[in-house]
Design a binder for this molecule. Structure first.
Ligand code: NAP
Length: 527
């Protein structure tokens, strides 16, 4: 049942009188759920509890934390159809997507549990003492990763499960040993409350300290700002817009004690179509890209918002086919009237920019909040001069840039901001022939794709989801895949530490049986 209250640890709380409702974009109506904005006192209480919980939670074994994560996945599944129905009502997204995203979210939680059980992720590194070393004896040094403290998590509107309440940021922070306080997304606070109830149940079932998880409702920016400024919060995970992520990043850096903000933000995901791709498979790629631009109503951070090619007949044909293919596709409902309004605004603004012309424009009448897809084309020289065309339009929108040659294409890539992904369509030989173009693209992105579409982010250890700013605030880390836990830890070195008091990961006997680096060698042996 949705109560509209905040979770301050395991307590449901509604101390404030300010309320808001979520919205059903398909019915174009508010839902009948009312949510209580978290008050200053509730934010403080959540942070106090998180800090207290941290004192115990940080030293729980990998096995115990793994049990908690698996229990969260089980409790999410146990919520059954009411959870799926709430997701669909609050997002307008279809049932298949809801179930797929729920599966992905449970899979992520289980993947982090496996990481904890295996245990080597703490990067135990041991340099044994050399008391006889001349001219100075060498000390015994043992280093491993330890959790940083309570983490504030901000989810994105477009992934109510996988990038929200129990999404990758929460799962990775809990895996790392950090309590989590979620700032609930106002577009799916009902979904968020149900998921929170599953996390609380799992915490109680597996003996976690009260405060290991809290969920705060809010429909404005104040609760999130206060949370980021709270002295007991030690890190921030954010998925959302460039505007929101950079605002929180700046705020965190203005604190007396600055804290890390890992913000994964927007991206236009450039796609470079090399000549052979368009000559040999241009129609196929046009069809695939029409589908990729439209996927999820275009509301994906990996949406291909920019396609670059070199002037040729095959580029003309590709553009023509892309336009025809995308106009045939059924437009879909966006997440919220505000997101739809922003989409329309962005689309209109860019359509009015000098040198752009329309490739495809779905003009038939649609229901409220349904996004009509649009594709524009522009010459490379115009694109280079106008950075407005480089910005993300969140929705089913893309721009094809017609470059006069490979040199201009490279210039365009060099002018772009950092991106989550970049894609090369072509042959293996062309990757070699156009190595400077490929290099220009690679230097801008976190993931480079060959002959595919950027939408669809596999959750696995080798995934990189995050790129140079502004795609993310720290391109050295990922928000997807098990290495996402690396964001919530810091290394600590123990020098000449008493053997009995060392953490298990650093003991001579290696009781966890993990892989370590001992005197420069990878090994799981005892010392
Ligand atoms: P958003 O408007 O930035 O909102 C995200 C969350 O941050 C919300 O809870 C929002 O709270 C909060 N927030 C935003 N600005 C804030 C501020 N100045 N201070 C405090 N809190 C603030 O983004 P969205 O509409 O949910 O998501 C769409 C965007 O996310 C797109 O640009 C998309 O490309 C990007 N995205 C990126 C990824 C990725 O992995 N990189 C994944 C999915 C989506 P309020 O709504 O209450 O203000």
């Amino acid at each position: 049942m949705i109560t509209g209250k905040n979770y301050i640890g395991k307590e449901l709380s509604a101390k404030g009188s300010d309320t808001y409702s979520t919205f059903d974009p398909k019915l174009n109506l508010k839902t009948d759920w009312t949510f209580h904005e978290a008050t200053k006192e509730e934010i403080d209480a959540a942070a106090d509890k998180a800090q207290e919980a941290f004192q115990r939670y940080k030293s729980f074994s990998g096995e115990k934390k793994a049990e908690f994560l698996v229990a969260i996945a089980e409790e999410i599944e146990a919520l059954g159809d009411p959870l799926i129905d709430t997701y669909i009502r609050e997002s307008g997204l279809p049932e298949g997507r809801a179930k797929g995203e729920r599966g992905r979210t449970m899979g992520q939680l289980r993947a982090f549990a496996d990481l904890l059980r295996e245990g080597s992720w703490v990067e135990a590194t041991i340099d044994t003492a050399q008391p006889e070393r001349e001219p100075m004896p060498k000390v015994d040094l043992r280093k491993m990763l330890v959790p940083i403290g309570p983490i504030a998590v901000f989810g994105a509107s477009n992934f109510p499960f996988a990038f929200s309440t129990a999404g990758g940021d929460t799962a990775s922070a809990l895996a790392a040993g950090c309590p989590v306080i979620v700032k609930s997304h106002p577009l799916h606070s009902g979904t968020g409350e149900l998921i929170s109830s599953a996390i609380i149940k799992a915490a109680e079932r597996t003996g976690m300290p009260d405060g290991v998880f809290s969920n705060l409702n809010s429909s404005g920016i104040e609760v999130g700002q206060r949370l980021v400024m709270h002295p007991k919060v030690k890190g921030v995970g954010f998925t959302g817009s460039i505007k929101g992520g950079t605002a929180l990043y700046q705020l965190a850096n203005e604190r007396d004690e600055p804290i890390p903000v890992f913000a994964e933000m927007g991206s236009i995901n450039p796609v470079v179509a090399l000549p052979s791709a368009l000559m040999d498979k241009g129609d196929d790629w046009a069809k695939q890209y029409a589908g990729s631009i439209m996927l999820g109503g275009g509301q994906f951070c990996t949406n291909p918002g920019l396609i670059l090619g070199m002037e040729s007949h095959s580029l003309d044909r590709f553009v023509d086919t892309l336009g025809k293919e995308i106009e045939q596709l059924e437009p879909t409902c966006m997440l919220h009237p505000d997101i739809h309004r922003n989409y329309e605004k962005g689309k209109q603004e860019l359509s009015g920019e000098q040198g752009t012309h329309v490739v495809a424009d779905y003009e038939s009448e649609v229901a409220p909040n349904v996004a009509q897809q649009k594709v524009l084309a522009v010459k490379g020289s115009d694109f280079l001069q106008n950075t407005k065309l480089h910005q993300e339009v969140f929705g089913p929108f893309s721009i094809v840039v017609r470059c006069k040659d490979a040199g201009e294409l490279e210039k365009v890539l060099n002018k772009l901001e950092g991106q989550l992904t970049g894609t090369i369509l072509g042959s293996a030989d062309e990757v070699v022939k156009h190595d400077t173009v490929v290099d220009a693209l690679r230097s801008k992105v976190g993931r480079i794709i060959f002959n595919g579409v950027p939408t669809g982010v596999e959750v696995c250890p080798a995934m990189q989801h995050g790129g140079p700013f502004p795609a993310s605030t720290d391109s050295r880390f990922t928000s997807v895949g098990t290495s996402a836990a690396r964001r919530w830890v810091r290394p600590v070195a123990f020098q000449n530490w008493p053997a009995a008091s060392l953490p298990d990961a650093l003991k001579d006997a290696n009781p966890l049986g993990i892989s370590r680096i001992v005197d420069g060698q990878h090994t799981d042996a005892k010392i």
